[in-house]
Design a protein around this ligand. Structure first.
Ligand SMILES: [Zn+2]
Ligand SMILES: [Zn+2]
Length: 423
């Protein structure tokens, strides 16, 4: 999917006074550059139109009128048992509180974490459980204290929906490392009606304003979802380890995380080497921006790049051989793991691996709310979009199978219009 500009959404930018002015100016200049670069004049698209002014958002009517005093009837696809297919689950969302935003979920990306969680790879869950933490949709109600969003705004939600807000991590903007325990988008204990948070494979969500991300006008909603988890998960370590022009880095795995990592790192100016086990992904890796591709630790290539990389980002979510990867790092360079495999199948490093060139082995967990807004703005400015494969929710079970079998190209995204027949 490309992220061609949506003229209706663009026209709405002048109709949203709550949008941060700096961000809007940045976005407009980025869009102007992108549109001029594509041969399209920006001026005509930026001009307000009467039809857009009267239609502030593309509502799909997946959720009915919302009273802020009452619980909200919702429907989604839930795991009832790890050995059974997911199926429809009707449940209640909490009433919209003063700081809450209610969102009609129009799209939700399918992340490997959904599968690991749903199938119990990371421990038992309270079932039924609706997974999904790559939500994109439109605001349909706001609480009385909400200041940044209003009905009709295009928004996203990632892996977190709450944190304590006062601990040493939260106060410096690292909600994902909250010392009291982050509330994840699905499966976390909550006082909400079902007792655990329910995720995005559903038609409506109620989320605290702080955890809601603004979707820039030139990012399609269908593409916005995967940016909420997969893109920020790779963007955060790329920034933390200071990937920049002239950096030479490795990206391991070309799946949902890896493919967007290549695009982001390329846009940061880095030279990117992709390592994959799928020889049929070589052409795609180069299309996304890789300068070279190593398939199955091919010896000649491994020798060629020995001790040459400034950083390696490893996105593989299963146990895999890691010692050869470290041999590609320069002295003092870091390999960072963001793919998390099964809890009972840990990766292993030989005792000598990190010693030979004083290398570091690190990990990174998604990204903060600030970084999530940063990455979607970065995607907007650089015209970057995940490769999206839209599916109806009725195909979610086969989609999970394809992700496990490495057949996804590259991110399944559920079109929630398909939920209408379950409502
Ligand atoms: Zn995820
Ligand atoms: Zn905290």
């Amino acid at each position: 999917m490309n992220n061609s500009a949506d003229s209706r959404a663009i026209d709405n930018s002048d109709d949203q006074p709550n949008v941060n002015a700096r961000r809007r100016n940045l976005l407009k200049s980025a869009m102007t550059a992108a549109l001029v670069g594509s041969g399209m004049g920006a001026a005509s698209l930026m001009a307000p139109s009467a039809s857009a002014a009267s239609t502030p958002a593309r509502l799909k009517n997946l959720v009915g009128p919302i009273s802020t005093n009452n619980t909200i009837p919702a429907v989604g696809y839930a795991v009832y048992a790890s050995d059974q297919p997911m199926r429809a689950f009707k449940f209640l969302r909490r009433p919209v509180g003063p700081k809450d935003v209610a969102i009609e979920i129009q799209y939700c990306g399918v992340c490997h974490s959904d599968i690991h969680t749903g199938l119990g790879h990371w421990g038992p869950q309270k079932l039924p459980l609706i997974t999904g933490h790559e939500l994109a949709g439109v605001v349909v109600a706001v609480g009385g204290s909400v200041s940044r969003y209003r009905v009709g705004d295009r928004v996203g939600v990632g892996c977190m929906v709450d944190s304590c807000g006062v601990c040493s991590e939260c106060t410096v903007g690292f909600e994902q490392f909250c010392t009291k325990g982050t509330t994840w988008t699905y499966g976390s204990p909550t006082s909400d009606p079902t007792g655990v948070t329910q995720g995005g494979y559903s038609n409506v969500a109620v989320v605290k304003e702080h955890f809601v991300i603004s979707v820039p006008d030139n990012i399609e909603l269908a593409a916005a979802g995967p940016i909420m988890c997969s893109a920020v998960t790779v963007y955060s370590p790329l920034r933390h380890w200071d990937v920049r022009p002239d950096s030479k880095i490795g990206i391991v795995g070309l799946g949902g995380l890896g493919h967007i990592a290549v695009k982001l790192a390329k846009a940061m100016g880095a030279k990117v080497i992709v390592l994959t086990t799928s020889s049929d992904k070589v052409a795609d890796a180069k299309k996304f921006g890789a300068s070279d591709v190593i398939v199955n630790y091919d010896k000649a290539s491994m020798d060629k790049y020995s001790r040459s990389l400034d950083f390696i980002l490893d996105t593989v979510p299963y146990k895999h051989e890691m010692d050869p990867l470290v041999s590609l790092l320069k002295r003092d360079a870091t390999l960072c793991l963001v793919g998390v495999g099964k809890a009972d199948e840990p990766n292993q490093l030989a005792p000598i691996t990190n010693v030979l060139a004083r290398n570091s082995f690190a990990g990174s967990l998604i990204g903060s709310i600030r970084e999530t807004q940063d990455v979607i703005d970065f995607c907007s400015q650089h015209n970057i979009s995940p490769e999206v494969n839209l599916i109806p929710i009725q195909q979610i079970n086969s989609a999970w199978r394809e992700v496990i079998d490495k057949k996804a190209r590259y991110r399944f995204v559920i079109d929630m219009t398909s939920l209408k027949k379950e409502i």
